[in-house]
Design a protein around this ligand. Structure first.
Ligand code: AMP
Length: 130
């Protein structure tokens, strides 16, 4: 069971943003910026491009809805999208609010993000999810 499956099962806490029957979105615990969100399929698959065409398409559309909620909840020009997957073997899309190109630099993480602020941001994004 991956750490993300444990989050989805509620065995590990997360700052949840959105969920449907197939996908789950929550804040990255070690964010590159405020509002950095991960979108994951509930069914474990390591590599995103091993998902079926249908599941990949559905995941992208779910991520689009989450990105729209992030854009409404936080000041940004656009929401950046990236896939790394080098650390956790459970497919996920990173969504990061962007003001400039450097905001997507994964070498710069927020140092010890304040849990209260993380909670507020997750609630703001969740409140704008349609
Ligand atoms: P990667 O697999 O390279 O895309 O990186 C995995 C991402 O998952 C990193 O940005 C981590 O900060 C994030 N991450 C790892 N564990 C957790 C967790 N328990 N809750 C939220 N995000 C996590």
């Amino acid at each position: 069971m991956t750490i993300f499956s444990k989050i989805i099962a509620g065995e590990i806490p997360s700052y949840k943003v959105a969920e449907n029957d197939k996908f789950f979105a929550f804040l990255d615990i070690n964010p590159v910026g405020w509002g950095h969100t991960l979108v994951v399929p509930k069914q474990e698959t390591d590599y995103i491009f091993d998902l079926s065409d249908e599941d990949l398409a559905e995941m992208t559309v779910f991520a689009k809805r989450v990105a729209k909620a992030i854009k409404k909840a936080l000041p940004c020009r656009k929401v950046g999208v990236t896939v790394l997957g080098l650390e956790v073997p459970h497919a996920h899309i990173h969504l990061v609010p962007l003001k400039n190109e450097g905001d997507m630099d994964f070498r710069n993480k927020i140092d010890s993000p304040d849990p209260e602020k993380m909670k507020q941001i997750a609630a703001a994004i969740a409140g704008n999810f349609e």
